[in-house]
Design a protein around this ligand. Structure first.
Ligand SMILES: NC(=O)c1ccc[n+]([C@@H]2O[C@H](COP(=O)([O-])OP(=O)(O)OC[C@H]3O[C@@H](n4cnc5c(N)ncnc54)[C@H](OP(=O)(O)O)[C@@H]3O)[C@@H](O)[C@H]2O)c1
Length: 192
């Protein structure tokens, strides 16, 4: 039996034209230098406190491989000690105990295995997995951080979505670095 208050969130950052990465997977455009004085400031302490509210992460294998690549270049593993589930049919390197792999039926995995164990479940990409999550009706909300940049082409936030999904806009925040965060609830799913 799932937690009645378990919540699945999809969160990614995208360019204004809706891409989460360039076609070749590069995300060099994520570092923007805009300033919006009227925006809110993101304090590191409040970001850290917020991240502690996330009980587990779910991601596609390509997103995992990108994170491993950044780590190999000296970047910090962004998911801390939080359990992280990687969807893959391949035999990928497992670099830490918090990482587990899963292949197969995503609905059964989320509703049957994650919701009973975790309250705050974050899908962090990429585009293929986000679309799969929405298509299967698993997401309660979508958080979309829009960066002040256009990149023309790339991997879409929702790759290959095959139908319209109407959303309810629940929150809008603008930050001093020019990022706008939109939070949408998925009607029929959201129990908040
Ligand atoms: N801007 C952002 O916030 C952001 C966030 C996340 C990612 N990204 C970028 O997005 C890119 C990756 O996105 P993507 O759409 O190409 O790929 P993705 O969604 O990260 O991964 C897709 C892969 O996951 C595996 N998979 C998906 N569903 C599965 C299931 N039910 N069972 C087993 N395996 C499953 C499959 O690979 P296998 O062949 O392994 O089975 C599939 O090809 C990267 O460049 C990354 O940097 C950006």
């Amino acid at each position: 039996m799932a937690h009645s208050d378990a919540r699945v969130t999809i969160h990614m950052a995208a360019s204004l034209d809706g891409f989460i990465a360039r076609k070749d997977g590069r995300v060099d455009w994520l570092d923007t230098s805009d300033e919006f004085p009227g925006g809110e400031t993101l304090e590191p302490a409040s970001v850290e406190a917020f991240l502690e509210t996330i009980d587990c992460y779910v991601m596609g294998s390509r997103t995992y491989e990108t994170a491993l690549g950044f780590e190999a270049q000296g970047a910090v593993w962004p998911y801390g000690k939080t359990p992280t589930f990687v969807l893959t049919h391949r035999d990928l390197p497992r670099t830490r105990e918090t990482v587990a792999f899963h292949a197969g039926d995503l609905a059964e995995f989320v509703d049957g295995r994650l919701r009973p164990r975790f309250r705050t479940i974050w899908f962090v990409g990429g585009g293929i997995v986000s679309a799969e999550c929405l298509r299967l009706g698993l997401a309660d909300e979508v958080r979309y951080s829009i960066l002040p940049v256009l990149i023309g082409d790339g991997i879409r936030f929702f790759e290959g979505l095959d139908r319209d999904i109407a959303l309810h806009l629940a929150e809008v925040k603008a930050y001093t670095n020019g990022v706008v965060e939109l939070r949408y609830e998925v009607p029929g799913r959201c129990r908040a």
